[in-house]
Write a protein that binds this ligand. Structure first.
Ligand code: PGA
Length: 246
């Protein structure tokens, strides 16, 4: 058995700021009966905060898992608009995305803050999915690996015991929502760099950035790609299921 097969595959849908009670219901009605897909793969739905209780109720007992898209670094108190890890756990989340590039870009989240969110999530019993990825200009300047290492540094500094409890997601910013996917080889090369840098054979590393049903299989065939973080395509139930099946 290769090391790759020791890491259970994972596909996480990141709905971003999309959905409604009605459209969520329609999507869940299609996705949740497909429990046969769960034997070899963890499948997560990461929804906006307000819809988490709706999803929890619908997903209970199915084996599909619930995630949020962000978590506060704080445990409780006077932090208007924030949601704590304990609150996420309270409504059934087991996972949370942290450091998504849209949070880094539009909310100025630093890599140090992302590391603090990792600890907040773990402290609440959630598994953080830590996103990293370079901008197009970084790649063109030959700086992609360096930028990603800088983003990972504060996570690595938390120590091996923490690193082995997180999931990493490599999402090149130029591939997110653009229809431009990294080639399987580009993604594999970065995943191998990340794995070597973090010094872990067991940490799962997802790829994200315009993953679709028709490019998923070739990405998943790569030895260091353990699954996907799927944005746009996770809003289409059939497309999402085809990615999981791949
Ligand atoms: P995309 O987004 O699949 O729409 O490119 C991925 C992500 O941002 O997680």
């Amino acid at each position: 058995m290769g090391v790759h097969s020791l890491r259970k595959r994972m596909v996480a849908g990141n709905w971003k700021m999309n959905g409604s009670l009605q459209s969520n219901r329609q999507l869940l009605d299609v996705v949740l009966p497909q429990t046969q897909l769960l034997s070899e793969c963890d499948v997560l739905l990461c929804a906006p905060f307000v819809y988490l209780p709706q999803l929890q109720q619908a997903m209970e007992g199915t084996g599909f898992a619930l995630g949020a898209q962000d978590v506060s670094v704080h445990a409780k108190g006077a932090y208007t608009g924030e949601v704590s890890g304990a609150m996420l756990a309270d409504v059934g989340c087991r996972w949370v995305i942290v450091g998504h590039s849209e949070r880094r870009q539009y909310h100025q989240e630093s890599s140090a803050q992302v590391a603090a969110k990792v600890l907040a999530a773990l402290g609440a019993g959630l598994t953080p999915i830590v996103c990293v990825g370079e901008q197009l200009a970084d790649r063109q300047a030959g700086q992609a690996v360096c930028v990603v290492h800088d983003q990972l540094d504060p996570i690595k500094a938390l120590g091996a015991q923490i690193v082995e409890r997180v999931v990493l997601a490599y999402e090149p910013v130029w591939a997110i929502g653009t229809g431009l996917t990294a080639t399987p080889q580009q993604a594999q090369d970065m995943h191998a760099q990340i794995r070597a840098f973090m010094g872990s054979d067991v940490v799962r590393i997802l790829y994200g950035g315009s993953v679709k049903a028709d490019n998923a299989a070739e990405l998943f065939a790569m030895p260091d790609i353990d699954g996907a973080l799927v944005g746009g395509a996770s809003l289409d139930a059939q497309e999402f299921l085809r990615i999981v099946a791949a």
